[in-house]
Design a protein around this ligand. Structure first.
Ligand code: THG
Length: 291
């Protein structure tokens, strides 16, 4: 699986401050650490970057390229900043992301800079409500990309992970369902998710349980790439196939097997409980691991 480090993010206090002050050190330290942690790509999330976004993105890309030559995932909603990043990046670029809303102006960049792109399954009316709405959006984006001469293996579809704490609005099941038929709807395309979204709003020390469990659930359907916390070493082991026994446990529960808690280790029991919370079989509360 392709791992994309999420940590260079304008929303983080340290990185937000460093970007504002044009202070390279914290950004370079983090980029180096993410590369050493085994990330295949680094996501550079500079947000909407409305003011001088192009100059800002150029500076961030050049700053990072001084310490690593990892491929970059350029994460901004400002198309001028996006193009500036593509121009400055000497390695492979992943455009994060393109949705139906701005595809006319952004898809040409994919071709021009030989980039890949994350096709965000966000509809013209907002968040899709189920798996079939995702399929319709994915097909639309794929046809439009193909018309422009973009091949399917450059398209990484993101079904959009939502926070589990938001029980009524949870899109965990529709996301998994979309993943299960992605190959039939948009053959030859790939997949990507922003994994940590699922644990937004959960207590910080418990977030990794949600992130890792959801990763294993998505791996059942051959997830291609995930934007992750580069410093969750257990998560990286799971992604690299080093926890086959956990993967098998999670997949059996997804297939309807009832976990036999008496025979599970403490670690296994936590993953089992988390699967049931993510599928909606148990109700989410901050104390779900204790129940
Ligand atoms: N899909 C795509 N791109 C995405 C997302 C997605 N990019 C942004 C986001 N979602 C994925 N990246 C993050 C980055 C950080 C966090 C969550 C998702 C996060 N950070 C901690 C916080 O905010 O509490 C810590 C921040 C800090 O370092 O201080 O949760 O879905 N295509």
């Amino acid at each position: 699986m392709i791992l994309i480090g999420e940590n260079i993010n304008i929303m983080s206090k340290v990185i937000g401050g460093a970007i504002k002050e044009k202070n390279p050190k914290p950004i370079q330290d983090l980029a180096r650490a993410e590369a050493e942690a085994g990330m295949d790509y680094l996501d550079l999330n500079i947000g909407p970057a409305r003011k001088a976004g192009d100059e800002l993105m150029t500076w961030v890309v050049n700053t990072i390229q001084e310490v690593t030559d990892k491929p970059l995932s350029l994460d901004t909603t400002n198309p001028m900043a996006m193009e500036a990043g593509l121009k400055a990046n000497k390695s492979k670029s992943l455009i994060n992301s393109i949705s139906l809303v701005r595809m006319e102006e952004e898809l040409p960049l994919v071709k021009k800079y030989n980039a890949d792109f994350i096709g965000l399954l966000w509809g013209r009316e907002g968040m899709p409500r189920d798996a079939s709405e995702r399929a319709v959006i994915a097909a639309d984006l794929m046809y439009k990309a193909n018309e422009m001469g973009i091949a399917n293996d450059s398209i990484w579809f993101d079904p959009i992970v939502t926070p589990v704490v938001n029980v009524e609005a949870s899109q965990v099941k529709p996301c998994l369902e979309f993943m299960s038929f992605l190959e039939d709807v948009v053959p030859g395309c790939k997949s990507a998710v922003g994994l940590s979204n699922v644990s937004n709003g959960a207590p910080t020390h418990l977030r990794p349980w949600l992130n890792r469990t959801y990763l294993m659930m998505l791996m059942k359907y051959g997830l291609h790439a995930a934007i992750v916390d580069a410093f969750d070493t257990d998560l990286i082991k799971i992604a690299n196939g080093e926890r086959p026994e956990l993967l098998s446990l999670v997949h059996h529960i997804m297939d309807g097997e009832k976990p036999d808690y008496a025979s599970l280790s403490e670690e296994e029991a936590k993953y089992a409980k988390t699967v049931r919370v993510l599928t909606g079989e148990s109700l989410y509360s901050h104390s779900w691991l204790e129940l």
